[in-house]
Design a protein around this ligand. Sequence first.
Ligand code: SF4
Ligand code: SF4
Length: 494
Amino acid sequence: MNMSTLDRAASDTEGPMLEPPDRVLSTLDRDGKRRWLYPRLAKGRWWRRRRALAYVLMVIFVIVPYLKVDGRPVLRLDIAARQFTVWGETFLPTDTLLLALLILSVFVTIVLFTAVTGRVWCGWACPQTVYMEFLFRPLDRLFEGTVGKGGTPKRELSLPLQAARLLVYVLLNMFLAHTFLAYFVGPEKLALWIRSSPWEHPLGFLVMITTTGLLTYDFYFFREQTCLIACPYGRFQSVMLDRHSLIVAYDHTRGEPRAKGRHKNRHSWLLSQRTSPETTSGAPALPVIGDCVDCYQCVRVCPTGIDIRDGLQMECINCTQCIDACDEVMHRVGLPPGLIRYSSQSALEGGRPRWLRARTLIYPLILIALLTGFGFSLSTRRGLDVRVVRGKGAPFVNYQPGRVLNNFYVRIVSRTHATRRYDLAILRPADARLEIVEPELLEVPPADSVLAPIRIDFPTWITFGDGQETVELRVSDDVGNERTVNFRLVGPKQ
Ligand code: SF4
Ligand code: SF4
């Protein structure tokens, strides 16, 4: 039957389905469906080291909220009180310079660390990798068994077992969410919240539930895609790495051309593969082959589903699983390990390692400057900060003939670790009188700040050539902390 004109037109318009030239993402099939990755586990020396570090990091994450230095938390990010405590030092929002220097120092440290050691953070210390590879994938293997020859787990889970696995995920993530919350509210308040009804602390409960949900979604469903799609760090690596940075790399020169087959009894294997019966000298011509036996073990163990032999890739989190897998293969076929190893692009091309280069010199200098600035600002930081801001409304009130009133707010920031009572006194002009509107506000809790309204009452004759006069206010506590601030009184021009 002939194709109708309409069919032909439709087919011309739609055209054939375009196939992507390559896999766009290792977790997507060509038709756009999710490709679930079931990496095999290579239990080599790097994996053992990473596992030891992962367990240490997990323990650190859980215990840090409980640790104290001189009675103060080692790390507390109290957003509600707008206070950050790091190693017992409390930072307030007024510590803008210190916080800026601290954040910049952390940023430059990451850049420097990446320039030297590549993505060591991703493979060894990032919480996503640590919990995915050393908590949740082992849990999967417990339920589903190890990955079989077909690249999928040995057991297919029944519905109740799937539900049981999900429940364990939720419980573990709930524990992680509670620990996470402890960094913000402290373990004491968290314990109180756990024992009381959620209605008494709805916000905290909402944060915990949301965090549990997000973590479960991440580890149960999204998995390695966090590294591939969501995390910006991998995308920045091309600017942070250079040819001398440490990377997990396949030795192309040694491995290629790859050839399937056992390399043990290499000579007889090579003879069986010869391409021409003899050379000019009469000896059999042997094919030139590299050490890669094309066994795909490095691909099967890769948690991000890539082939390290394709070169440096954004998806590689430097987890070293391919090193362990390949070393095992090399051992079996009687070849030296290290076909995949920690190296650098330059070293793989025969260059010598260069530790001293522009970025490894400039970044440390910037870091030293930042840390020096931070250390200096921290050591010269006073126990007390005072700022005066003008009150709302009219700049002055001529409340009786010859007398004027100005309204102000005094912001007192106390960085001491005890409650302090502050005194206010006007040093000059002598004829100005101070009225503290709410004296009880001048008792400031540890590492806190208050905004206390004050009034200054003065005779008009004090000033007022140009209608202004400087006033000097002293704020002091009973342990010798003292600050003097100057600000302007305004009144009618004479
Ligand atoms: S390529 Fe190797 S180091 Fe990179 S993510 Fe895959 S297994 Fe890990
Ligand atoms: S594990 Fe080693 S030998 Fe096997 S394919 Fe990968 S690089 Fe080649």
